[in-house]
Design a protein around this ligand. Structure first.
Ligand code: NI
Length: 141
């Protein structure tokens, strides 16, 4: 039915608020300030993050879906949003333990959390907006 057709990419957008700081404990205060600026602020700062989870695949002929977006939403809420929303990324989020709390590392960690649970289609991209002007995308290994 779907032969000779390309893949379709479907995305669910979710939102969370969280605090973090960028601070390397192996460096001096001066070096942290130099590299991270305001992001190294000792008493944290927050962002309104937008998370985009994209799954690729061929639509199932019976449903027309690559993946049921309701199920994808529930999965991301359960595995990611409940753990990170209104939390401190450096201190409260198990899958960020021991990592620098950058959105680069966050995108990679979210990929690792979600990928084993995507049973229809294939995880294609984790995109995170930290500010309206700043975002990262991760496409897996
Ligand atoms: Ni920040």
């Amino acid at each position: 039915m779907n032969q000779n057709k390309g893949l379709v990419y479907v995305t669910r957008k979710l939102h969370f608020n969280a605090a973090h700081k960028l601070y390397n404990p192996n460096w001096s205060e001066e070096k942290n300030g130099e590299v991270f600026g305001k992001c190294a602020n000792t008493n944290w700062h927050g962002h309104n993050f937008d998370l985009f989870v994209t799954v690729k695949g061929i639509p199932n002929p019976e449903t027309g879906f690559v993946i049921d977006l309701k199920k994808l939403k529930t999965l991301v809420e359960e595995k990611i949003i409940t753990k990170i929303d209104h939390r401190n990324i450096n201190m409260d989020v198990d899958f960020m333990e021991g990592k620098m709390a950058s959105i680069e590392n966050l995108a990679m960690a979210i990929w690792d959390e979600l990928d084993p649970h995507i049973s229809t289609g294939q995880l294609h991209c984790i995109k995170i907006y930290e500010t309206p002007r700043q975002y990262v995308e991760y496409f897996g290994k």
